[in-house]
Structure formats: C-alpha cells, structure tokens
Design a protein around this ligand. Structure first.
Ligand code: PGA
Length: 254
C-alpha cells in the first residue's frame, strides 16, 4: 500500500509563536479526531523547524519538513541552508521545485536535480513539485511540460533513490487561486506521471510512489480528490494556516 501524505506548506507565514500554537492545535485535534492512515507533514519556514520538530516528536503521525534547501553540502554560500542542517533540526521532507521557487527564484530543472541529490544524500525525502501554467494547458503542452520536469529533475536517480521521492502535482493555475483541478484532470495527470515512472523504472516502483495533488485543496474538495486511485494525498498551502481547515483535509483521507 502506498503511503498517504498530507503536507501543509506554510510558505512565508506565521511567526514562531503563531506557528507553535498552530502545530499544538493540529496535533491535539488529530489525536482526538483522526484514526486514518495518513502521515501529516508540517512544512514551516526554516526558522521554525527545530522547535516544531521537538513539539511533534511525541506524535508519530506528524513529521516536519522544509520548503527548500541548498544544492551544496556546505561552504561559502551566504544565506543558504543545507539538507544536513535541516536533518539536524529534525526535518524528514524537503519540498524541491515548488512553482514559486521556479517562478520567482528562477529555479530550473537541472538546478532542482542537484537539490534532489542533496536532499537524498542527507537521508531526507524530497517532495518534488511539478505542474503546468494555465497557458501551457491551454495550448495543450501540459503533458510535455510535466514529462520534462519529471525527466530532468528526477530521472537521473537510481531506482533505490527514486523510491524515496514524493511527487506533488501542482498545476500553477490552481495554486492560491481558489481554482482546483477537477478530480478527472488531476487523476489523468497522476496516472500519466505514474506511467512515466513505470516506463523509466518499473511498474512496482511506479505503484509505490506517493503522488500528492496541490492547488487550492480545501476540506470541501479533498474527499473527492482522495477517492481517485492515483491521488495519494495533498500539498496544502492556504488551508494549512488554520488548524480546523487543515485537520478537516486530513480527515478526508481514510
Ligand atoms: P494553495 O497552495 O493550497 O494555497 O493553493 C498550494 C501550494 O502552493 O503548495
């Protein structure tokens, strides 16, 4: 059975105090209200990871992660944070290639491939994001765009490393816009991504990889998305900033 993962990407939101309060609420609500199988990942800004990891250490369902990391192991790279540092703060996952990093920080696939390597080298799990823009979908190039993102970012990996990767399909036009891909649109892409992995590696690896959907996931659309056979969880932005809306999304996963 594939692992189901609901991750909350806080982006650049919440002070440390606000973040600690939110995580305590989420942790307590999950203990009281959720008996399902999903792993829940809190992805705060770098500055909060250490404190939050300690806070959730008692709750085995909860893990923490980072929103980015350096492609270098260490050295003179002012302002950067390495995967080893994230590991030492308790992180388990690192988001690589979020569309905001691709768009605002010019992160391209070849660069992201190196970040994926750095995350794996530290013994952490990348959450590799891919997704097309509205324009790319409208001119019907989305399958090609996704294929290129997956091939250039991930397909240099050995089979054993590939098994450690989580993929998040996040259509750029659905992020923070209130527009969600329809369940059919999302399922179609998730099945396509899985077929690419089967072709490059094998069917067992393709079947074992968690593929999350992201883009305006809310409590009222999560259950339908999660019923699709190839959607194994969600990468949640806005709705992860409040305990009630985030926990309700988790509860939509059986
Ligand atoms: P959103 O963000 O849920 O606010 O659309 C998702 C994401 O960017 O990961």
């Amino acid at each position: 059975m594939r692992k189901k993962i609901i991750a909350g990407n806080w982006k650049m939101n919440k002070t440390l105090e606000e973040g600690m309060g939110l995580v305590s609420e989420v942790s307590n609500m999950l203990k009281d209200e959720y008996t399902g199988s999903a792993e829940v990942v809190i992805i705060p800004p770098f500055t909060h990871i250490n404190s939050i990891s300690k806070l959730i250490a008692e709750n085995p369902r909860l893990k923490s992660g980072a929103q980015n990391c350096s492609n270098h192991k260490s050295g003179a790279y002012t302002g950067e944070v390495s995967a080893d540092m994230l590991k030492s703060c308790g992180a388990t996952y690192v988001i690589i290639g979020h569309s905001e990093r691709r768009q605002y920080f010019n992160e391209h696939n070849d660069w992201l491939a190196k970040k994926v390597d750095a995350v794996l080298l530290a013994g952490l799990n990348p959450i590799y994001c891919c997704g097309e823009t509205l324009e790319e979908r409208e001119i019907n190039t989305h399958f090609n765009v996704l294929h290129t993102q997956i091939r250039e970012g991930l397909f240099h990996l050995s089979a054993s490393d590939m098994k450690k990767v989580v993929i998040a399909y996040e259509p750029v036009w659905a992020i923070g816009t209130g527009k969600t891909a329809s369940t059919e649109q999302a399922q179609e892409i998730h099945a396509f991504i899985r077929s690419l992995i089967a072709e490059k590696y094998d069917a067992d690896i393709a079947q074992s990889i968690t593929i999350q959907y992201g883009g305006s996931v809310k409590a009222d659309n999560a259950a339908e998305l999660f019923r699709s056979p190839d959607i194994d969880g969600a990468l949640v932005g806005g709705a992860a900033l409040q305990s009630r809306s985030f926990v309700d999304i988790v509860k939509a996963m059986a």
